[in-house]
Design a protein around this ligand. Structure first.
Ligand code: C2E
Ligand code: MG
Ligand code: MG
Ligand code: MG
Length: 281
């Protein structure tokens, strides 16, 4: 699937490649330049607890402010960056920037929240990942408990060393969550072996959770599984009150989605941190 995405991305970039100044640059060079020119920006989306009405976290989501095409969403360049390895330096920038921002919010007196950073499989495979994370936390003066790393099931399963890495991160006090849960192929017995904190129910199941019997069953099963494995659970892609109410009634009180807020730049996110609350939609 990553390959297919890659093809689409090449098509996406064709018009840009034809413009004169970019003509001879490979996409890798473009991404490298984007990093040097500080063209990446993080948007933050609130994660809320609908029972307490409090903000519990922010997911950091990268965008590329391309001077020629405007704001480029991650689906347009992340899989490419994974193919050519640029995801490693980009991901390092994302990690540092997210930790810096969260640390700053806390020093400004905001309600402490955790910041969730997406890690791609390739970053997860890097030998020095734990060293890097430790260094970034130290540099940014963020306590490890306020950092959450989101990894996909495939990202974990592809890596034989995964347990060692996850244990080391866990030992540092970092929160670990499985992103897009339900779309991968992890088994219950596998899951039990990993020192995880949280499952994020993929938005594809949330979308029709109140209307499609299969999705109702899947979401209920994930919530039940999380409970029996003593894991926290959060639903992503919550767009309607009906979805919110169904999830809350079934024991999933932590949510993220357009119903509460789209991802927004740090400046626009600030009010969530200052008040610690969100407006009930
Ligand atoms: P993800 O980690 O599963 O992030 C959730 C995606 O769902 C985000 O898309 C978010 O904007 C979108 N979303 C949030 N609420 C709703 C909703 O209510 N409805 C719908 N339909 N969508 C919603 P975004 O920001 O375009 O990111 C897409 C994916 O790109 C992310 O999926 C993640 O896999 C990847 N990504 C984003 N930032 C990074 C990054 O810094 N590093 C890596 N490795 N991957 C990233
Ligand atoms: Mg994510
Ligand atoms: Mg997700
Ligand atoms: Mg996703």
């Amino acid at each position: 699937r990553a390959k297919d995405n890659g093809k689409n991305n090449y098509q996406f970039f064709t018009p840009v490649m034809n413009t004169s100044s970019y003509e001879r640059l490979t996409i890798e060079n473009k991404l490298r330049r984007a990093l040097e020119r500080e063209e990446f920006i993080l948007y933050y989306q609130p994660q809320v607890n609908v029972v307490t009405g409090r903000i519990i976290g922010a997911e950091a989501l990268v965008r590329w402010q391309n001077p020629e095409i405007g704001l480029v969403p991650p689906d347009m360049f992340i899989s490419l960056a994974e193919e050519n390895g640029m995801i490693v330096p980009i991901g390092e920038w994302v990690l540092r920037e997210a930790c810096r921002q969260n640390s700053l919010w806390q020093r400004q007196g905001g309600t402490p929240i955790s910041v969730a950073v997406n890690l791609s499989a390739m970053q997860f495979h890097q030998k020095n990942l734990t060293t890097l994370v430790a260094r970034v936390l130290e540099e940014t003066e963020l306590q490890p408990c306020w950092l959450e790393l989101e990894i996909t099931e495939t990202g974990i399963m592809k890596n034989a060393e995964a347990i060692t890495t996850l244990n080391a991160l866990k030992q540092m006090g970092i929160k670990l969550s499985i992103d897009d849960f339900g779309t991968g192929y992890s088994s219950l017995s596998h899951l039990k072996k990993f020192p995880l904190d949280k499952l994020k129910i993929d938005k594809s199941f949330v979308h029709d959770v109140t209307t499609n019997q299969d999705d109702t069953a899947i979401v209920s099963a994930i919530i039940g599984m999380a409970r029996s494995l003593n894991l926290q659970v959060i639903a992503e892609g919550v767009e309607t009150r009906e979805q919110r109410d169904f999830l809350a009634a079934n024991g999933c009180c932590e949510m993220q989605g357009y119903l509460f807020s789209k991802p927004v730049p740090a400046r626009e996110f600030e009010h969530f941190v200052t008040t610690g609350e969100y407006r009930h939609p």
